[in-house]
Design a protein around this ligand. Structure first.
Ligand code: UDP
Length: 266
């Protein structure tokens, strides 16, 4: 078990910490934030009374989805924290001359939050997977997971999910329904979740599958090289259709970078 004292803890409140620098990639906001900074800010939000804060880990597939879907775009615009997830985000930012300091993925964020004293509820993934992920987080980090449920993003399943969350009253809700369903679900039930005591809610994609060992996590060297997309494509080839948007993202990001840099010189 990891020493909780080793995690960064914010000593300042939200106003004193100030806003994160925002970079816009293809019109979508992303914050220049490191993992310790994201955890410290979430810690502050959990500790102080205030509105429910939504956290999004944004990757290029999600950027492309938001360009087609105004409702999803609106959800991203109102999120309190949007972290760069996926090497495409940091590359695109660097190309435009507005580099980001690093990436903050869903699984890194959940593991780091599991080391804090805040309670977590894991919602989503296939039946049994959230329970296994909770056990892994408990064994590895001593996490305070106060509830799990597979549920589904369908409106008819929302009441059952909200009942369970209300009974558990977690500080942090992690939702694994895949993007953009998970982000839209959180935004839609924001008021109800706040009434359940939830302070921070985040979409976590395939994080529970990794934690439960259902899907192997790319090795550290693959993550360092930013090749998770290739690893996932090889291990989960049925995802190829979803990844078709990635070359389009790269082209648009390169065109945007040229426009931004050309515009600056003139
Ligand atoms: N998922 C779910 N219900 C749904 C759709 C997806 O519980 O209706 C879960 C799925 O089982 C997986 C997670 O959502 O655990 C994330 O899926 P995916 O790998 O597609 O997300 P990504 O990591 O690419 O955002």
């Amino acid at each position: 078990m990891i020493d909780r004292g080793s995690m960064p803890v914010a000593a300042l409140d939200d106003r004193e910490l100030g806003p994160f620098r925002t970079v816009r990639i293809l019109g979508l906001p992303v914050h220049d934030v490191t993992l310790p900074e994201a955890v410290a800010r979430i810690h502050v939000w959990c500790d102080r009374a205030g509105p429910l804060r939504q956290v999004v880990t944004l990757n290029p597939e999600m950027v492309m989805a938001a360009r087609r879907d105004p409702a999803f775009r609106a959800v991203l615009e109102q999120a309190a924290l949007v972290t760069p997830d996926g090497v495409g985000m940091t590359l695109a930012a660097r190309l435009r001359g507005t580099p980001l300091r690093g990436r903050v993925t869903g699984v890194d964020l959940v593991e780091a939050l599991a080391m804090t004293d805040h309670s977590l509820f894991l919602l989503g993934a296939a039946p049994g997977v959230a329970e296994r992920a909770a056990r892994a987080l408990d064994e590895r980090f001593g996490a305070r997971v106060v509830g799990t449920w597979a549920g589904s993003p369908r409106p008819e399943d929302a009441a059952a999910a909200l009942d369970r969350i209300a009974a558990a009253r977690p500080h942090i809700l992690c939702v694994a329904y895949g993007a953009p369903a998970q982000e839209c679900w959180i935004a839609r039930y924001r008021a109800e979740l706040a009434a359940c005591g939830v302070r921070v809610a985040l979409g976590v994609g395939g994080t529970f599958d990794y934690l439960a060992g259902v899907v192997p996590r790319p090795p550290a060297v693959v993550r360092r090289l930013g090749l998770e997309w290739l690893y996932r494509l090889i291990r989960q080839p049925w995802r190829w259709r979803r990844q078709l948007v990635l070359p389009h993202f790269a082209l648009l990001a390169a065109a945007e970078a040229l426009t931004v840099r050309f515009g600056r010189r003139t």
